[in-house]
Every structure is written in structure tokens, then in C-alpha cells.
Design a protein around this ligand. Structure first.
Ligand code: GLU
Length: 515
């Protein structure tokens, strides 16, 4: 590699659908490579498929990239000196180069109809031959060409593939070389004059001074055609790095069948962008040091090396991603998570919509404390409301369920009832309640004082002291730290939320009355 040349890479999605795990891994590896080498990461929109390209997909993919933190420093939405960066805005450029290739006889007009080409393909398939263009129009006499043009016969423009071999040194796959006899003369312009991906891509990568093309290995066959196009155009090809296909846990190509695959969906379900970035970086790449798997984007950037990308297919394991997301959720403070998680609580009717909330900041702060109490139970943030039953007084959701049960009176779980059955336990709970009823305000500090009082009065300590108090306050026999929970109950009750949070005294009265 020419180390003098500043590194310039691009992510070049086609806006024909939501971007999925595979596209984002490609974007990420480009972003990491540019970041590692202090280069430029460009966003180019490849919308030559006018029928399937839609502006909303373009907007969505930019939003996805921004959300993931994969900021680009040149391209669509950013500008730069190699624009325009949307291929549909560059048709004049492609036509000019097509004209040049035609004039130099490096490209030729092909008048074969789609039916004709199809018939040949079928014949080849029947004989189990590689489908290849017959070369019928390669050497049409000029007179015949002129005649067809006069008659208005439609034609495509094809690149004249030279004899010999074509190859490149892929940074992941190593030397890749094939005989050009195995390559059909690529179509550069379709019969409606629109340019094809292989043509636009080469011209753009050359004019945009791209140094490394990092993309999915599904493009390997295109790369041969593109290298031939570079030659014909007189451009030096960039370096190539093809990334292996991503498979599902069953070894099949990753698809919808394997669950969420679009970034939009991961975002909707409350995956954290830093967890996704961390997980996707490890799909095909690994750091030189073994063991550690949790890295920030900057840490990955500092050690990312295309030379350590493997060509064997990477397996996308949703369970591992969940583990990673959980890890990130647990290391992120609740008050930070509350900002992203609040809409899930709003949707479940547990807190007011922010714009209808008289004190949204107070709600956020309280929600952050709720989240800190229950977050160890979730894989993604959309599971948080259903995991907050200990605060709101509903039963825990089973197995990742996100629905919250309808509002109902407080219920004493059987295990809590059993915990309060022995007379000594009940005495502890009743003494605690008596002290609580006598206080104006309950908080963590008064809780500690009351504990001391109950201990002195009942002579109970340790589990015999805490367990009955927990049962009488929460209606459960296990759960998060009581001291913090008590303050969350009290503040939640004061906030007057759309879904009622019972105060400590209300809880004690209700539960003790059920014994
Ligand atoms: N538009 C192509 C795709 O989305 C880009 C391939 C490339 O990076 O050259 O697959």
C-alpha cells in the first residue's frame, strides 16, 4: 500500500430497503479503517436502480448511520470536492466516459434482445455451462451497426473484455485471479441509456480517489469486471477488501428468518448503538489480544486492521448480541438510559408523554432510578416496562415479554405470604409498619433508622430482619436493593404518574391486611 496516499474509503449503499446487519458491518469496517488511518469516510448513494430506490430509505440509512455513530466526513449530506455523491446526479459523467470508451473501441453496442440473451443462457444452463455472453455483437461490421442505429434498434453498451487473465490482491481473500474467458462483456449502459452499477462504481471510485474498496464478498465477481473497466478507462484500481458473508446460527445466509436484521428494528427494540457496533466489529475481525470482547468504538478503531479480517463466514448470534447489549445496559447509568427508554414507558402507560408531563425532568430522574433497579433483567430496553413490576406492582414478565399487564390492585405473591407466615416474621413486618405509619416522610435514611428500631424491638437480625420487611413492602420475597426501592416507591407515589405507584405506607397496609 502506498502509505503516502491519504486513505479514502466509501460506504455505497443502494437505497432500496432498510439497511441490515451486513450493510452496517460493511459501513463499520470502512469507518474503522478510515478512522484508524486518519482517512476520509465517504457516503455515496448508489441509486441507479430508479425503480427500487426510494428517498425514505436514503433518509433512514443516514439516520441509522448517525445513530450508530458512524459519521461520514464527505458525501451525501456533507458535501466535498468530489460530488455530486448521489449516482443519479452523475449521469452526465457516466455518459461522457461511455462515449470515450466507444470512441476508443473499448466498448461496443450490443443489439441482442433480452429474449435472445435469455435463450442463450437457458441453452448454456441446459448443457451445464457457465452462462456467458455469446459475443455475437462484439465484431459487428460498422455498416451493420449504422443500419441498426438508423432503424432505431435498441442497444446496450458493453465493455470489450480483453483476452488473458484478470486478478487483484484482495486484502482479505489474497490473490484472486480468473481467465477473462469466464467473464461476459459487462453491460455499461442499459438500452434506456442508464448506467449500470459496475460502470458507475468504477468511475466514481476512481474520480472520488477511493484508495480501498471494502465491501461484501458477494461483489467478488463484480470486482473482476470492475478491474477490467479500470484498465479500459486508464484508471489505477484501488485496493480491495471483501468481507465474508454473515450467516445465521443455523449456517444459512442471514435473513429475516433469523429474527431482527435491520438496524431500524434493533433500534426500535432498544439495542444500544455502542453494543451493536461492538458486536458487529467482531463479525470477521478480532483484536490481536485474546479474551476481551467489550470495546468502545474508539478502542476498536485504535486497533482495527484489515489484515486481521478473516475470510471464513462470520456467524451472527442473536444470543451473543443480547449478552453484549445486556453488558452495555448494565454499565450505562439509568439516568442516561432513561432518555432512550422513556418512550417505552410512555407507550406502556407507566409515565406521562413527555410533552404532557408537568415536570418531565423529575420523571426522567425517577425513571433512571427505576431502570437502575431492574435493568439486570433485560436484554434490550423495550423490555424495561415489563420488568418494572416490582415498582408498579405487577407480576414479572416471562421470557423477554414486553407487554405490561393492565392495572390491578396490589397482589401478595405466595412466596411473600409464606415468608410472613411465621409469627416472628410477622412481628418484624408489623413493627416496621408501625414505625413507618408514624413518620411523615420515608426515605433511605429513615429506612435505616427504622431498621435499627425494628431490630431493637424484635431482637431479629440478618435475613430474619430483612426478609419479612421486603415481603411486607414489595409483596415479593426477592428483588432489588430495598433501601433504594423505598425511595423509588415514595418519589413515584408523589410524582402522580398515570399508572399509580403505591407509597410504602399504602403497600404495608395492603399487604399486611392480606395475611
Ligand atoms: N451499491 C452496492 C451495494 O449496496 C455497493 C457495492 C460496493 O460497495 O461497491 O451492494
Amino acid at each position: 500500500m502506498d502509505m503516502q496516499k491519504p486513505v479514502r474509503v466509501r460506504f455505497a449503499p443502494s437505497p432500496t430497503g432498510f439497511i441490515h446487519v451486513g450493510n452496517v458491518r460493511t459501513a463499520l469496517f470502512n469507518w474503522l479503517w478510515a478512522g484508524r488511518l486518519g482517512g476520509t469516510f465517504m457516503l455515496r448513494i448508489e441509486d441507479t436502480d430508479a425503480e427500487r430506490s426510494e428517498a425514505r430509505y436514503e433518509e433512514q440509512l443516514m439516520e441509522d448511520l448517525r445513530w450508530l455513530g458512524l459519521d461520514w466526513n464527505e458525501g451525501v449530506g456533507r458535501g466535498g470536492d468530489c460530488g455530486p455523491y448521489r449516482q443519479s446526479d452523475r449521469y452526465g459523467i457516466y455518459r461522457e466516459y461511455a462515449r470515450r470508451l466507444l470512441d476508443e473501441d473499448k466498448a461496443y453496442r450490443c443489439f441482442c434482445s433480452a429474449e435472445e440473451l435469455d435463450a442463450v443462457r437457458q441453452e448454456q444452463a441446459a448443457k451445464k455451462e457457465t452462462p456467458l455472453y455469446s459475443g455475437k455483437c462484439r465484431h459487428l461490421p460498422q455498416g451493420e451497426v449504422d443500419e441498426k442505429l438508423r432503424a432505431g434498434a435498441p442497444f446496450t453498451l458493453r465493455l470489450r473484455v480483453r483476452p488473458g487473465t484478470v486478478g487483484f490482491d484482495d486484502l482479505v481473500f489474497g490473490r484472486v485471479e480468473i481467465a477473462t474467458s469466464m467473464v461476459s462483456d459487462p453491460v455499461l449502459l442499459r438500452s434506456d441509456g442508464s448506467p449500470t452499477y459496475n460502470f458507475c462504481c468504477v468511475i466514481d471510485d476512481a474520480l472520488m480517489r477511493i484508495t480501498h474498496v471494502i465491501r461484501g464478498d458477494g461483489h467478488l465477481p463484480n470486482t473482476h469486471r470492475q478491474v477490467l473497466a479500470y484498465e479500459a478507462l486508464g484508471f489505477a484500481p484501488p485496493r480491495f477488501a471483501h468481507l465474508s458473508t454473515i450467516l445465521g446460527p443455523d449456517g444459512q445466509k442471514l435473513s429475516k428468518r433469523h429474527g431482527a436484521t435491520s438496524i431500524e428494528e434493533f433500534r426500535r427494540r432498544g439495542y444500544l448503538p455502542e453494543a451493536l457496533v461492538n458486536y458487529l466489529a467482531l463479525l470477521g475481525w478480532s483484536p490481536a489480544t485474546d479474551g476481551e470482547e467489550i470495546f468502545s468504538a474508539d478502542e476498536i478503531k485504535a486497533q482495527f486492521d484489515l489484515g486481521r479480517v478473516v475470510k471464513s463466514p462470520a456467524v451472527f448470534d442473536p444470543a451473543k448480541l443480547d449478552w453484549m447489549n445486556r453488558t452495555y445496559i448494565n454499565k450505562t447509568p439509568g439516568e442516561v438510559l432513561a432518555k432512550t427508554a422513556r418512550p417505552y414507558f410512555e407507550e406502556a402507560g407507566l409515565v406521562a408523554d413527555a410533552d404532557a408531563d408537568p415536570d418531565p425532568a423529575a420523571t426522567d430522574a425517577w425513571l433512571g432510578r427505576v431502570i437502575d433497579l431492574v435493568k439486570t433483567h433485560v436484554d434490550h430496553l423495550d423490555q424495561l416496562p415489563a420488568a418494572s413490576g416490582v415498582v408498579y406492582g405487577f407480576a414479572d414478565a416471562a421470557g423477554g415479554e414486553t407487554a405490561v399487564p393492565p392495572e390491578a390492585p396490589l397482589a401478595l405473591e405466595d412466596a411473600a405470604r409464606a415468608a410472613l407466615a411465621p409469627p416472628e416474621a410477622r412481628a418484624v413486618a408489623e413493627e416496621f409498619a408501625r414505625l413507618a405509619y408514624g413518620r411523615e416522610r420515608l426515605d433511605s435514611e429513615s429506612y435505616r433508622e427504622m431498621l435499627g428500631g425494628v431490630k431493637a424491638a424484635t431482637k431479629q437480625k440478618g435475613r430474619n430482619l430483612y426478609h419479612p420487611i421486603r415481603a411486607a413492602l414489595t409483596g415479593r420475597d426477592s428483588g432489588p436493593d430495598l433501601e433504594r426501592l423505598i425511595a423509588v416507591y415514595e418519589d413515584g407515589a408523589r410524582l402522580g404518574l398515570p399508572r399509580k405507584v403505591a407509597s410504602c405506607k399504602e403497600r404495608l397496609r395492603a399487604f399486611l391486611a392480606m395475611l
